[in-house]
Design a protein around this ligand. Structure first.
Ligand code: DON
Length: 319
């Protein structure tokens, strides 16, 4: 439907072609009016439905951006794969898998039913139960050290110091009783590895870290580059950890729509309720899209359209 795709060669096409396609994607989807801006966290409801940014970062460190690619928004659930990468790095992939799990729930991201129905309880690090449990595994002698581990680690992925959106944090902290309940329930099942209130609070902070579409592209490209940030050239995690993270993103990155996503896009991705979407093309680069209106599962509508288009036109589909 999008015209001929470029045959996968192991690299992105030449840079001018990528620029052209990024511009084409932005023009093609800027007028789409579907979806709803999240309002279950009151501060998020202030976002404009028109904000729209796209960025691709190649593993060569070249960045292609258009629109609101430098506009800050809270990372939300897109923090989940990167925190899992850091915890895998600290504990080893085997222990992280044992402590959390890596199978899909097929249920919404904040499902309590998924905890009750599965012997694994936490299920995987992309849904809230598994993500809060992952945060509870962050190393550190106290809450401050564990928070710093996460904030600094995510900053290394982005290649700049990330800061928290205080308003979003306070707004979510005042309304996150469901996540507090999930953390307590996991404690009852021995699947919570530090104080549940503390883990929920640090999880809420990590979700409130501000990023841009450009940051997401660089973070995705770091996973594409075997754990080396292609802009700063710094190794953030080992290659083996990236494989594990990309596997869980492919399995559950778009929640109950992960199968549809993989069928159409063929790449590991992760969405967040502020409208961000990150995608990794292993060995090639990362794509970050920002557009606040979401579909019913909580995934950015334009983000999915852009990623499907660029995956096809750039020949990124893994299959
Ligand atoms: O746990 C929550 O409710 C949010 N802080 C993060 C949720 C999220 O981004 C789900 N995504 N699509």
């Amino acid at each position: 439907a999008f015209g001929p795709s470029i045959v996968s060669t192991g690299h992105l096409p030449p840079n001018p072609r990528v620029d052209e396609l990024v511009e084409e994607a932005w023009q093609r989807y800027r007028g789409v009016g579907d979806g709803t801006v999240a309002d279950y966290i009151p501060a998020l409801a202030k976002a404009s439905a028109d904000w729209f940014g796209i960025c691709i970062a190649g593993v060569d460190g070249v960045v292609h951006a258009i629109g609101d690619a430098e506009r800050a928004f809270s990372i939300q659930s897109i923090s989940k794969p990167f925190v899992f990468a850091l915890v895998c790095q600290a504990l080893g992939g085997g222990r992280a898998r044992q402590s959390i799990g890596v199978n899909a729930t097929g249920l919404p991201f904040n499902s309590v039913m998924a905890i009750e129905l599965n012997a694994d309880r936490t299920m995987n690090p992309m849904v809230n139960a598994g993500a809060i449990a992952t945060t509870s595994l962050a190393p550190g002698a106290n809450a401050e050290e564990r928070w710093r581990f996460i904030r600094d680690g995510l900053s290394h992925f982005a290649g700049r110091e990330l800061t928290m959106d205080q308003e979003v944090y306070e707004s979510e902290a005042a309304t996150n009783q469901r996540n507090q309940g999930i953390a307590r329930l996991l404690l009852a099942y021995d699947r919570m590895y530090s104080d549940p209130e503390e883990a929920t609070d640090i999880y809420t902070r990590q979700c409130a870290l501000n990023v841009t579409a450009r940051d997401l592209a660089v973070m995705g490209a770091t996973l594409a580059d075997g754990g080396v940030n292609p802009v700063t050239k710094e190794r953030v995690v080992d290659e083996d950890r990236c494989r594990r993270v990309l596997a869980v993103m492919a399995t559950a990155g778009l929640y109950e729509q992960s199968g549809d996503w993989l069928y159409e896009v063929g790449l590991p991705g992760k969405s967040g309720v502020a409208g961000g979407l990150v995608t990794t093309a292993p060995g090639k680069g990362g794509l970050g899209v920002f557009s606040p209106p979401l579909d019913a599962a909580g995934n950015s509508v334009r983000g999915q359209l852009v990623t499907r288009f660029l995956s096809e036109r750039l020949g990124l589909n893994l299959f």
